[in-house]
Design a protein. Structure first.
Length: 89
């Protein structure tokens, strides 16, 4: 899929599909979703859209953004982050 045609909806789906394939509580790196969408050679330009999609999903309570195993705010987190499905209510 060319990167110009990839939007947040595509990124949200990639994130949720990857998390659905993981055991509960396990995480993914945002770059995994970007690689699903753009391949190993084209994922870097997609990182901002994946990060925006993760923000939307976190704001909706569907996922949690973590750093070193602790929940963080995606907008203030520094360094690598991970994404995990939010626990069921």
């Amino acid at each position: 899929m060319p990167s110009s045609s990839i939007d947040r909806a595509d990124a949200r789906k990639a994130i949720l599909d990857l998390l659905a394939d993981r055991d509960p509580g396990r995480t993914i790196c945002p770059s995994e979703a970007a690689r699903v969408l753009g391949g190993d050679d084209g994922f870097r330009p997609l990182m901002p859209v994946v990060r925006d999609a993760a923000r939307t999903l976190a704001d909706a309570g569907r996922i949690e953004v973590t750093r070193r195993g602790r929940r963080v705010d995606i907008d203030t987190a520094r360094g690598p982050i991970r994404l995990r499905a939010a626990p069921a209510p």
